[in-house]
Design a protein around this ligand. Structure first.
Ligand SMILES: [Cu+2]
Length: 60
């Protein structure tokens, strides 16, 4: 499984990460690919690099 963020964002928003999974991305090329492997079912938070803005994906 992978998650792909596309677009461009400034400053910390351009460096999304999944802190629980230890994964950091970079949108400077307009795309950040997160190879998530096989996740246990559950909710996983992603944040900006400052950990302020956040969202959640759910693995089922
Ligand atoms: Cu931020």
């Amino acid at each position: 499984m992978k998650v792909v963020f596309t677009g461009w964002a400034q400053d910390c928003l351009g460096q999304p990460e999944f802190p629980e999974l230890g994964l950091k991305g970079d949108l400077s090329n307009g795309q950040a690919v997160f190879p998530l492997g096989e996740l246990e079912p559950g909710a996983y938070t992603f944040t900006c690099s400052m950990g302020v803005n956040e969202g959640v994906i759910t693995a089922e």
